[in-house]
Design a protein around this ligand. Structure first.
Ligand SMILES: NC(=O)c1ccc[n+]([C@@H]2O[C@H](COP(=O)([O-])OP(=O)(O)OC[C@H]3O[C@@H](n4cnc5c(N)ncnc54)[C@H](OP(=O)(O)O)[C@@H]3O)[C@@H](O)[C@H]2O)c1
Length: 315
């Protein structure tokens, strides 16, 4: 999950950001790992590992990010192949799975474990795992469900899937990264599946928040006051999420009266937005789902919730 805090500034490495040096370590407790890809998430990963006393070898396609992270105490490699050769475990933090193939093309993956923390679809993760296995490596899919690059935020999670014994073998390393690990099974696609579902929710949330603040600001009202009120309301979404879980098992949320209320409510939002010149496309799309729920309910003679329409199981 991306957060409101925005991405870290990759170009600046202040003194206060520098992690403390590992204390009292000797060769027998040496722990080391390679991190490839130094966007905001890769860099946050490296910092957490350095803080925990790991020796970290790093590589990035473009040099300035590599040099910046080397200032923190990581060991820069000249090529991705060298970075892979340096350690048994390689963490990837790239824009997507497509980038992995070019990056690891020249590397010897024999006996290595690749943990790909990049985002992509479940099927792309499964294909990625196959590709690594063909080259003699083992694979775990990882997906950061975090508050942007704040890996240590209390709600930050790492979703992991792949062979359970491999997960167990790397658990101590992965536990360093976030307060909560979620192992989601042997299917390599599962970590991405759960992550992309969460991202679908976050995208809608962020776009809705943007629209809401635009309405307030467009009307010349107090944005700070709105943020205060909205954060109070957001606390209640947890309860509704739990309630929805039960409703989904019954085919989804709402009856015809609810769909009519939501349809009319959407119109009120559209009117409020357009009165102050704010684009209401998002709410029109939402209203369209309730329109379809009403039409399907009318046709079948029983409530057809939006959830059933999305599932494709509506009559
Ligand atoms: N940012 C977040 O809040 C967040 C949260 C959870 C998950 N994620 C996911 O974590 C992954 C990393 O995210 P990010 O925000 O750190 O950075 P990003 O901007 O998505 O990815 C940047 C990294 O990918 C590299 N890259 C891109 N295309 C490449 C290519 N063709 N070949 C080699 N390297 C390539 C970049 O190298 P260069 O520096 O050379 O361009 C850089 O190291 C993404 O999949 C993202 O969706 C992000």
């Amino acid at each position: 999950m991306q957060s409101l805090s925005g991405p870290a500034n990759m170009d600046l490495v202040s003194e206060t950001e520098k992690p403390s040096l590992p204390k009292g370590r000797n060769m027998s407790d040496k722990r080391s790992v390679t991190v490839i890809g130094l966007g905001p998430m890769g860099r946050a990963t490296v910092k957490v590992l350095l803080d925990a006393g790991y020796d970290v070898t790093v590589w990035n396609r473009t040099r300035p990010k590599l040099d910046a992270i080397a200032e923190l105490g990581a060991e820069p490699a000249d090529t991705a192949a060298e970075a892979v050769a340096a350690n048994d475990t390689v963490l990837l933090s790239l824009i997507d799975y497509g980038a992995m193939y070019g990056v690891l093309e020249q590397a010897d993956l024999t006996g290595k474990t690749v943990v790909n923390l990049s985002s992509d679809s479940p099927e792309k993760a499964r294909k990625g795992a196959e590709w690594v296995a063909e080259r003699g490596g083992a694979f775990l899919t990882g997906a950061y469900m975090t508050q942007s690059d704040d890996l240590k935020h209390a709600t930050s999670r790492l979703y992991v899937s792949g062979p359970e014994n491999l997960y167990e073998a790397h658990r101590a390393l992965l536990e360093v990264l976030v307060p909560g690990l979620e192992y989601l099974g042997a299917d390599y696609g599962m970590a991405q599946l759960y992550y992309q579902a969460g991202l679908a929710q976050f995208h809608a949330f962020l776009n809705a928040l943007e629209q809401a603040v635009a309405i307030i600001d467009g009307a010349g009202a107090d944005v700070d006051k709105y943020i205060e009120l909205a954060s109070q309301t957001a606390d209640g979404y947890r309860d509704f999420t739990l309630y929805f879980g039960a409703a989904a098992k019954q085919g989804g949320w709402g009856d015809v009266a609810n769909f009519k209320m939501m349809h009319a409510g959407a119109q009120h939002v559209i009117d409020a937005a357009e009165e102050v010149g704010v684009d209401a496309t998002l709410t029109r799309t939402i209203q369209g789902f309730y329109q379809r729920a009403l039409e399907a309910s009318e046709k079948t003679g029983s409530p057809v919730p939006v959830y059933r329409i999305l599932r494709g199981s509506a009559a």
